[in-house]
Design a protein around this ligand. Structure first.
Ligand code: ZN
Length: 172
């Protein structure tokens, strides 16, 4: 397993639409292992493959367990089958939008069909934080970031801060 570099906004790669995975093979398993390790190293609870520059429809998540044990989840080719009308609001952040947070409304429940680590078809009935997190990660697969839901003004303020924080490369 290897810790990869997480891409941060602004970066055109983050805006790519990721491709479906044909088969969960060895390459995909290595990718998922690397993604999980990268996510843990960055103290995140979710990561999409495109965030490490791989345009495949793969997500890893770990919302942890009450006893503090690890609870890794893997989603390949996830599709939302159902979502309810009522919304819930969480203050969201993103490993690709460092140190920025904003309240985002999303459907409070959703059913997601996906392939697991072993390529088996599964359905997850998600609610609460799990529902919000999977929707946030699935947005990444379509090149969408949580800041896209904010007003233009708020978004441009965040983008300005992010570009300021990006280290400047000098050639001397
Ligand atoms: Zn994110």
């Amino acid at each position: 397993m290897a810790v990869k570099t997480i891409l941060t906004e602004p970066n055109d790669i983050l805006r790519k639409v990721s491709e479906p995975v044909e088969k969960v093979g060895n390459d995909e398993k290595i990718l998922m292992d690397d993604m999980l390790e990268t996510m843990y190293a960055a103290n995140g609870i979710g990561l999409a493959a495109i965030q490490i520059g791989v345009p495949k429809r793969i997500i890893v998540m770990d919302l942890g367990k009450k006893d503090g044990k690890k609870d890794p989840r893997y989603f390949v080719n996830p599709v939302i089958k159902n979502k309810n009308q009522s919304k819930s609001t969480y203050e969201e952040g993103c490993l690709s939008v460092p140190n920025q947070f904003a309240e985002i409304d999303r459907p409070s429940k959703c059913d997601v069909e996906y392939l697991n680590y072993n390529g088996e078809r599964k359905i997850l009935k998600a609610e609460g934080l799990l529902a919000t997190c999977i929707q946030h990660e699935m947005d990444h697969l379509d090149g969408i970031l949580f800041i896209d839901y904010l007003s233009k003004l708020k978004r441009s303020m965040i983008l300005k801060k992010l570009s300021k924080n990006k280290s400047t490369r000098i050639v001397v």
